[in-house]
Design a binder for this molecule. Sequence first.
Ligand SMILES: Nc1nc2c(ncn2[C@@H]2O[C@H](COP(=O)(O)OP(=O)(O)OP(=O)(O)O)[C@@H](O)[C@H]2O)c(=O)[nH]1
Ligand SMILES: [Zn+2]
Length: 373
Amino acid sequence: MLLTDLGWSDDLEREFAPHAQRGWVPARLNRETPINYGAFIIDEEGDLVDLDVVLSGKVWHDAANDAELPAVGDWVALELGGENEDHVIRAGLTRRSCFSRKVPGKSTEEQVIGANVDVVCVVTDPGPDHNPRRMERYFTLISRSRAKPLVLINKADAFDAGLCESAAAELQALSPEAEIHLVSALKGSGLEILQRHLRTGVTLCIVGSSGVGKSTLVNQLLGEEWQWTGEVNEVTGKGRHTTVSRELVPLDDGGLLIDNPGMREIQMWTDEQTLRDSFSDVEELAAQCKFGDCKHGTDKGCAIRAAVEAGELAPARLESFLRLDEEIEKLQKRAKKRQMTSERRAKRAHRVKARNLNDRIELEREQRGEWRE
Ligand SMILES: Nc1nc2c(ncn2[C@@H]2O[C@H](COP(=O)(O)OP(=O)(O)OP(=O)(O)O)[C@@H](O)[C@H]2O)c(=O)[nH]1
Ligand SMILES: [Zn+2]
């Protein structure tokens, strides 16, 4: 195996030159747990080796926030440790692309799903999972990530052909440049599309709601012995995933896959504009309300209420729409707080560095006999 099979390029080689001089080796992070990372290196015999590695304090300190910390898919400079020693990540290399989402729950932190991802494959279906608003947000995030968007509308075997076609057309209208296909993982179609993208060194990341058939697709790519399974656990009613952390997996036929086992409905990294955009359909309705200052409560001639009553808009969406301004205000407050924390952290790190430098200067003076009380 070669480094290029893992996605290594001439640009990276150039950037890595100073690290190579220090005896460090290039490694690509393939997994992330709360306590450490896993990394692939290619050893002298040309074999792929999977190592447990740790982060150096410097890399940790230099990251302004979690999103800047090394993540699955990142290329790093690794100092190999001897026996009973840790292998240490000494530096991160520049990301070519970065696909991220908002951390589940209340925080506004950004979480990296995959670094250096070439293609983000969103799996959906023509029926219950079909949701143009959500797909719009996926497209926004993918274009921000600099990866290529690929949409697989799965389970085409189980839905009426007309419905399939109209779902595909509706999504295509949102993003003319996205590649969109109707597939059936069950019948084995769709696999060849993934394989066509997965050329040597290409990294593809699979995302999508629970139950759309991601595992079924991945299982076909990875073969039988892979731990993912579409079988439903009798007790929990959920798929039986033996791993919950994200992983970068090199495939036998070329290319690399970032899977997202256990990933539920994606809650994406969203800023004010994305949040507003996701309610553009409701905004459109609001423009049709009789009164310009309609509160969409009991006001006469409210187009939004009318849509809810006609069953064209989910009541829950109206609720979220009414809380939109409040949500945006919270988002801004949290962003401000986060900025203050990271500034404080940076100042502290700076003080520590300055102190270390002073200590070293004093030590060197002492060694030269220049030190006087
Ligand atoms: N009819 C039909 N069913 C499918 C197809 N692909 C997957 N399924 C079924 O859909 C169910 C869910 O599939 P999974 O592959 O587990 O879905 P998932 O996206 O991995 O779901 P999570 O693991 O919860 O994220 C399973 O019962 C599959 O057999 C398909 O192409 N056609
Ligand atoms: Zn109204």
